[in-house]
Structure formats: C-alpha cells, structure tokens
Design a protein around this ligand. Sequence first.
Ligand code: GRG
Length: 309
Amino acid sequence: MAAVDLVIAQRLDSGVPLVGEVAKYIISAGGKRLRPVLLLLTCGALGYNGHQRHNLAAVVEFIHTATLLHDDVVDESTLRRGRPTANENFGNPASVLVGDFLYSRAFQMMVEAQSMRVMQTLADATNVIAEGEVLQLMNMHDASLDEDGYLRVIRSKTAKLFEASARLGAILAGSPSAIETACADYGQALGTAFQVIDDVLDYDGNAAEMGKNLGDDLREGKATLPLILAMQRGNEAQRQTVREAIETGSVDKITEIANIVRVTGALEATRNAAAAEAQRAIDAAMLLPDNPHRSALLTLASQLLNRRT
Ligand code: GRG
C-alpha cells in the first residue's frame, strides 16, 4: 500500500496548479483505499508480484476519486471524509474538471499495462458506473422502486469497481477463467454488501464517525433498501410517512423515519441482506488457493458488516 501511495503521489503531477491542489485535497483526506486493497490481495492470493499491481491499484483509486468528485457535485454534498467536499471548497467547476483529469490520467496509466483485457475491464466498469448513476437519477423521488431496482443501481454505481478491482488481480496473474470469475463474483458481492451497509449508516450512523452528513439519501429522495423494506413492513401510516419523504425529499421527519426504519425491523433486514452478500463473497473467495492473502479477503468480507465509516 505504501508503494501504491507513492504511485498516486507521483501520478498526480500536472503543470496546472489547481489540478494538483484539488486532487491532493481529496486524495490526501484519508480514504480507506479499499479498491487498491482488493486488487493487491487478489494479486497476492494468485501469486502475481509484478509492479503493474501498484500501477493498477492507483488506477482504481483514481477512478474512485473521480467518481467521488463528480458524485458530490451531483448530490450537492458538503461533507466527505470529515471535511468540506471539494465542491464546497473549490466550487463545482473545479471539482468536475479535476474529476475529469483524474479519470483520464487513470486511462493513461492503464494503457501502460499493455493488456487489452485490463483496458476492457476498466472501460466497461467506468461505463457501467456512469450508467448506474443515470439510473439512480431517474429513480429519484420514486417511492415505488423495489428491491430489484435498488440492487441494479448499487451493483452498477458501487459494486462494479470492486468487481473490476478483484478481476484485475486475476488478469494480472494470468489465472484461468474460472478463477477470474470467482474473483469478479467476490468483488461484486463485497461491493454490494459495502453499499447496502453504506445505506444502513445513513439511518443508523454517526455523522462524526462517518465524516459525512446523515440523511443525505433522504434529502435526495433516494429509495434505498432500509426505506423500501420499511414501506413493505410498516403499517399504512408508516408507509405514508416514508413515501411522502421520498417523493418530496423533505428531511423534516428524519428522526421519525429513522425510528420507523428501526421499529419495523427494516434496518435489521437490510443488515441481513448485506450479510447474505458478504457470505456470497466468502463462498467465491473459497475457490481461490488457500493462503494468507485469501484469508485476508475472507476477513474483509466478514468484517465489512461492522463498518462504521
Ligand atoms: C467519473 C467514471 C466516472 C463516473 C461519474 C458520479 C458518478 C459517475 C459515479 C458515482 C459513483 C459513486 C460515488 C458511488 C458511491 C460509492 C461509495 C459508497 C463511495 C464511498 O466509498 P468509500 O467509503 O470512500 O470507499 P473512501 O472515502 O473510503 O475512499
């Protein structure tokens, strides 16, 4: 991970001062670097030790960071990683454009791997992520969104980059297609569980710990799994309260809604859905060779459910 951080620092170079300023502002803010971890662990589990693993780990972090810069503009978010978002600090235009810089720098770097499979994986993943965000936009304020519709969005906007990161490890290692598929399945399931917990934390988290504002999902009229399950399980009055909040994007009743999500058992059911995805990740990882890197992948899947940030 130190080697990855070095590549990240080196490849942020630009002759345009604002690029470095905004990019460093977000990159040095202490993200978890989960996607690079995933890529390095799959490489390790499959026996690849070449230097491209550090380059591609930096690539997935750059793509992730580009999506955060764009997402915070789209969502009008003001707080990320415990401090003002880049859009809050530097304005929307600088955030969008530096996101574009990081995204295109990632493409310059991935070419260096000289592998069409690597290029294909990352080109497909970024396209699906963007599509997922558009789908989410279309679903805003739609209280009739069901579990399948929700899953479709989160598999695209979040799980796809996890899936690509794990798949890249197998591609770099030259693994057989069954192993590559197991890695991709692991990444997809882990990424899905990760986003489901992210959505739980919006109703059950601690803003100081999370480093972002709670209730943001409701403000945007996002029908996430806790709300979908609360509407299924609640009585007519509870259902009406949640439905109205999604349709209007009002956070006036956020405390009442957080309570409905809890008392209907929707929060627990959502955590159970995340646990099922984490188990799917574990089952997929069991197809990899038994070694300390695989153990770390298994631990990551089981610990993810306890995430608070
Ligand atoms: C630039 C390819 C491209 C697309 C733009 C806006 C957009 C399209 C995509 C946004 C996708 C997105 C932000 C999904 C949410 C994923 C998520 C839960 C991010 C938070 O990840 P963490 O917790 O962040 O790993 P840290 O801060 O730890 O790095």
